[in-house]
Design a protein around this ligand. Structure first.
Ligand SMILES: Cc1cc2nc3c(=O)[nH]c(=O)nc-3n(C[C@H](O)[C@H](O)[C@H](O)COP(=O)(O)OP(=O)(O)OC[C@H]3O[C@@H](n4cnc5c(N)ncnc54)[C@H](O)[C@@H]3O)c2cc1C
Length: 554
């Protein structure tokens, strides 16, 4: 059996930053269902927020923008940490060789991103995630951290309330393996692929959230799903918010800059929830183009800027949309983009299960509350990846390896491979996508949500009799897609139930039947726990330190 002090699941920014920390003193390994450099973090375009010069841009301003952006649901102690520690994480990357764009004085250049009161978004052209990931990966190689690549984690092992390891399928051989560890850190990313339209990579299926939930960890604020306003029509590939940050604007079917109606001050740079909702309202009121899209115009911008800082955006529009952004506006529509909720952790990445830690998009330390600001997620992954690493080292130094009794190891793999007939998973995923997009999307309402809940439960029943055609062992993506579907069904149910329970509108969660924010009843976090076959909710107060909730206007 493979044994390590600490095993980190996920090779994105959060997982790699955790590993760089833990490897200093503990025997560390990282496991990922893709190669680490194919993690979704690599897709991040726009940039990463940090208040660098506290005289001009005090960390408190970053904190205020984040908390206001979160519609006051963020836990302010966690936001303070994010905003205070972000500067160090940027300089650390810089010193490790990451090439950020620079000003003429040689300082790290910064620009505006949505909901920000100061230009504090650091970037590497429009391939920021790529640059940061390469830099972290160099540190992983330098430190000789063992990586189990293309290894799909299927369950967490918990004995006597302690996480003692995990099981995984080695995709290269098809064998089911076990890793025993003193501590496990989950850094498995978001669950965007539950939605029909999403900017997320196909791998973002919420595995870690479902794995943790299945062994008793709480999932916090799952109803909060972010929709990004500008994704390329049809493919939903992201067109970075920073295009609007430098002056790109949105037009409706009447050639109007319709954002003037909804956010007269911030216009196109209002936070994502507001811009997405404005677009959906325009569509409902008949001002969307062909009832489904808008134009993002950047033709007035400098050609050198478009070809330089926005080379990737230019290329995406050309290669996937056939659009020359220098000559034509880009057709865009909203799509799912980010999972604000996730595995409940404290500010050190600790979950409710001993020895189990979480960081990055799969976790909810709640720095984003009801709506995340652009540029804050990469920073969250770095800041809280490191912190989870520090605590996991402390924990693993004090705890021996736990027991693993083989009988508890759930083995979905063999039962799926041995089935000879049943329903194909693809029909279930197609139905799930449509339900989530239509009924648990940008606008939500009680009857539609309840209907979605019933339908998801029917899909869960049908899932029990799925059958996969491919019974081979090596790189069997039929098998992994089927397991991922199981995770997504579980999470979709929680997202929907959370949305039913929250009878108010806050951040990304907008109820047409309860259009106001209701702090009296809902200024609180909802945490879902698995209770045998049932779901139990607990509620936590929001931690408020510096900023009392007030109305959110842009
Ligand atoms: C297109 C796009 C652009 C974005 N742009 C920005 C931006 O400009 N600024 C910003 O702040 N944020 C941005 N975000 C958000 C940000 O990129 C992510 O939230 C962040 O990178 C998540 O990092 P992570 O390490 O938590 O997860 P990920 O990078 O998603 O990594 C998850 C890892 O977990 C592994 N994994 C998952 N399940 C399993 C399993 N069952 N077994 C083994 N391994 C598993 C995966 O293989 C992967 O290695 C963007 C997101 C998208 C989709």
């Amino acid at each position: 059996m493979i044994t390590h002090d600490i095993i980190i699941v996920g090779g994105g920014l959060a997982g790699m930053r955790a590993a760089i920390e833990t490897c200093k003193t503990a025997d560390t390994a990282l496991i990922s269902k893709t190669h680490p450099l194919r993690s979704h973090s690599i897709c991040a375009q726009g940039g990463v927020n940090a208040a660098l010069d506290w005289e001009k841009d005090p960390w408190e301003s970053h904190a205020f923008d984040t908390i206001k952006g979160s519609d006051y649901l963020a836990d302010q102690d966690a936001v303070e940490i994010l905003c205070k520690e972000s500067r160090d994480r940027i300089y650390e990357l810089d010193h490790w060789g990451a090439i950020f764009d620079k000003t003429h004085e040689g300082k790290i250049a910064q620009k505006y991103s949505g909901g920000a009161s100061y230009p504090r978004c650091c970037y590497s052209g429009d391939v920021t995630g790529h640059e940061m990931m390469q830099t972290y990966f160099e540190q992983i190689l330098k430190n000789n951290i063992q990586i189990y690549v293309e290894s799909f984690v299927t369950s967490l092992l918990v004995e006597n309330g302690k996480c003692t390891g995990l099981t995984f399928i080695d995709l290269k051989t098809g064998e089911l393996e076990i890793i025993r560890a003193r501590a496990v850190i989950l850094a498995t990313g978001g669950c965007g692929r539950t939605y029909l339209r999403s900017t997320n990579s196909l791998q973002c299926t919420g595995d870690g959230m479902a794995l943790a939930y299945n062994v008793g960890a709480g999932l916090k604020d799952m109803e909060f799903i972010q929709f990004h306003p500008t994704t390329l029509l049809g493919t939903n590939i992201l067109i970075s918010e920073t295009v609007r940050g430098v002056g790109g604007y949105l037009l409706n079917a009447n050639n109007e800059r319709f954002m003037a109606r909804y956010a007269p001050d911030k216009m196109e740079l209002a936070p994502r929830d507001i811009v997405s909702r404005s677009m959906q309202t325009e569509i409902l009121e008949g001002r969307g183009i062909d009832n489904e899209y808008f134009l993002l115009d950047m033709r007035h911008l400098d050609e050198d800027l478009i070809r330089g800082e926005f080379a990737q955006v230019y290329d995406i529009a050309k290669s996937f949309g056939g659009i020359d952004a220098l000559k034509e506006p880009i057709p865009v529509q909203p799509a799912q983009h980010y999972t604000m909720g996730g595995i409940k952790t404290n500010i050190w990445g600790e979950t409710s299960i001993k020895g189990l830690f979480a960081a990055g998009e799969c976790a909810c330390v709640s720095v984003h509350g009801a709506n995340r600001l652009g540029g804050n997620s990469l920073m969250e992954a770095m800041v809280f990846g490191r912190r989870a690493g520090i605590k996991a080292v402390e924990y693993s130094a004090k705890h021996n390896l736990g027991n693993i009794s083989k009988c508890i190891i759930k083995n979905e793999m063999h039962s799926l491979l041995n089935k000879k007939e049943g329903e194909k998973p693809s029909t279930i995923i197609n139905e799930l996508h449509t339900i989530m997009w239509n009924d648990v999307g940008i606008f939500r309402e009680k009857n539609k949500l309840k209907n979605a809940f019933i339908k998801i439960n029917e899909l869960k029943e049908r899932y029990k009799s799925i059958y996969i055609e491919d019974d081979s062992r090596i790189f069997n993506t039929d098998l992994t897609n089927a397991i991922e579907l199981g995770f997504m069904l579980e999470l979709s149910e929680l997202i929907t139930l959370g949305a039913i329970n929250r009878e108010e509108s806050r951040g990304s969660h907008y109820r047409t039947d309860f259009q106001e924010r209701d702090d009296t009843h809902y200024l609180k976090h909802a945490i879902a726990y698995k209770n045998d076959t049932d779901i139990r909710f607990e509620y936590d107060n929001v931690t408020i330190t510096l900023f009392e909730p007030k109305e959110r206007k842009y």
